[in-house]
Design a protein around this ligand. Structure first.
Ligand code: NAD
Length: 385
């Protein structure tokens, strides 16, 4: 294996997503034999306070409130941009023209005209490399679902559905933010916010709708503004799109659902495809579980239709150091365990849940010894303290 290629990354927009991506880049050693060694070197936000968080990342050598300065830096190879939708077109076009590779955020421009303007800039720069962020299909179970469909196991497709659900907008007292205002989020509202998540997999499977019906709801029409008085909240909250598309030349029904008001849901991404020969379902609600349908021989019963559940494990697109039989999310719990361990070491854990104490670990041995003694004596035994 040749040495990985160093790629210097710049982030524009140091908000929710800018920080998430910076944190992901710090976990890079988890990947096995990746051809690229990324380093976050530059950050831009119009709000200097938002960039203070990046002071802890020692590879960052440029912090600026003017994205032009970041784009002019010859050492920045790749730019990730996470800003309001109304700013996408200008920033994406300028980034492409500056000769930087771009990981853009959805919805890739506030509307179709903005997206077309970015496509035009890409056409004008043949060496450009542009992709758009959509991470939910990178769950191991989602990858299995895609592979299942590609295997042909569905047979003739009857229907498919891709869903992305949130519920924090159930609270009408939640203050307004830019994502709930048409001028910043766009006419498409929740579809601009969540629609890329539901269309990434269907479009990659070649399922382009030929005809469709949109069922849209604007449920909460006002929210508290900065001073608490109600102001218009003029974006669609929920959107269901029923469409006709084809798989292997045969028509089927494809539905996408994007909802900000789906009570009980927190970032739930679901994919389901049902055919005459097979079926597959995955939901981030049960992140290690994939369901597949088949007609099977049930001993003593006969041929029966069956939904079977399989654990997907930890591995998705690129191999990681995480054991394949661990679940997705395992690495997050390791991070949390170390956070608790080192916080307690520093005397800062407070009332939070901590790592195992030595006396608890020693007690487990007495429990195990008692279990062995109980087994050997076929008796209920007391625990030695
Ligand atoms: N992939 C995902 O799962 C996901 C999740 C949330 C948001 N998003 C997308 O990410 C983008 C940003 O969303 P967010 O939640 O991070 O927003 P945010 O409001 O948390 O952060 C945006 C940041 O951009 C900064 N900013 C505004 N104008 C700027 C400019 N001209 N130059 C530099 N910085 C500027 C703001 O000060 C703010 O800190 C949107 O396109 C959104 O749809 C994607």
């Amino acid at each position: 294996m040749t040495a990985p290629r160093r790629v210097n990354v710049g982030i524009v927009g140091a908000g929710l997503m800018g920080r998430e991506i910076a944190a992901a880049l710090r976990r890079w050693p988890a990947l096995i034999d990746h051809p690229v060694d990324p380093q976050l070197v530059a950050v831009c936000d119009i709000n200097p306070a938002a960039m203070e968080w990046f002071d802890r990342i020692d590879t960052v050598r440029l912090k600026t409130t003017d994205y032009h300065e970041l784009l002019a830096d010859p050492d920045v190879d790749v730019v990730y941009i996470a800003v309001r939708h109304d700013l996408h077109e200008q920033l994406y076009v300028d980034t492409i023209r500056a000769g930087k590779a771009l990981l853009a955020e959805k919805p890739f421009g506030i509307d179709g005209a903005a997206a077309d303007a970015v496509l035009h800039a890409i056409d004008e720069a043949p060496a450009s490399f542009v992709r758009i962020s959509s991470e939910m299909p990178f769950f191991p179970g989602a990858q299995w679902a895609v592979d299942y469909v590609r295997s042909g196991a569905l047979g003739r497709v009857i229907e498919a559905k891709c869903t992305f659900l949130h519920a924090s907008d159930l609270d009408p007292a939640k203050p307004l933010n830019w994502k709930r205002q048409k001028q910043f989020c766009g006419e498409a509202g929740v579809m601009n916010d969540l629609g890329m998540h539901t269309w990434h997999v269907p479009l990659r499977l070649g399922w382009v709708p030929e005809r469709l019906v949109g069922v849209l709801q604007d449920i909460v029409t006002e929210r508290p503004g900065p001073d608490g008085t109600p102001v218009p909240c003029d974006t669609w909250d929920n959107a269901v799109i029923h469409s006709w598309t084809t798989h292997d030349g045969a028509p089927f029904v494809l539905t996408t659902e994007t909802k900000r008001i789906a009570p009980g849901e927190k970032n739930t991404w679901e994919f389901e495809a049902i055919g005459m020969d097979g079926g597959v379902r995955f939901s981030t609600k049960n992140p290690k579980s994939v369901e597949v349908f088949a007609v099977v021989d049930v001993p003593g019963v006969g041929r029966e239709q069956s939904w079977q559940r399989i654990d997907a494990g930890s591995q998705a697109v690129w191999p990681t150091v995480t054991g394949a039989n661990f679940e997705t999310g395992f690495s997050d719990s390791i991070l949390q365990m170390w956070a608790a361990f080192l916080a307690e070491f520093a005397g800062e854990l407070g009332e939070r849940f901590g790592t195992v104490r030595p006396e608890e670990a020693a007690l487990t041995h007495r429990i195990f010894s008692a279990a062995i003694a109980s087994h050997e004596q076929a008796a209920l035994v007391p625990l030695e303290r």
